[in-house]
Each structure stands twice: as C-alpha cells, then as structure tokens.
Unconditional design. Sequence first.
Length: 94
Amino acid sequence: MPKVVKVGVVKSNKMDKTAVVSVERLVRHPLYTRAFKKTSNYTVHDEANKCQVGDRVKIVECRPISKRERWKLVEILLSPAEREAHAQVADDAK
C-alpha cells in the first residue's frame, strides 16, 4: 500500500525534533455542492530541526514515532525567505 504524501505549512516548531503542519483541502458539501476549505493539523517528525514557521513542506505518513507523531518531514519546498527573494527577482525583471 503506497504511503500518503501531503503538502502543508508549518504552524509551530517549538518542540524538539517535532513540528505542527497545517494541511488544507477542498471539500464539497454533499447537498449544496458548495466547495469550502477544511484544515487538518499533523504532528510531524523533523529529525534535523530544519523547518521554520511559515515554511511550505512535504510530509509522508510513517510508523508511529511517538504518541501523536505518525508523519515525517520529506522536504522543505519553500520558505518565507525564498518567497521574498523570488518576489524581488520578479520586481527587478519588470
């Protein structure tokens, strides 16, 4: 069975080797068919303590590491500092 991979934003990294990642998904109402966002928080194992609040990260499900940790950090996709650098490059190009 393949492992589930999700992309979310780091909400908290105050614990040692652990971060809280918020994942949004779009859900349709069964009767009214209006789409709305639902948010889930996952406690993620971050072995190197690399992720910072606001980072967009990729997580994958794994065996239970502790009482609430069942997800591992795969990679940091985009950090706020990188976003600012991309915005400055785009402004300079104009």
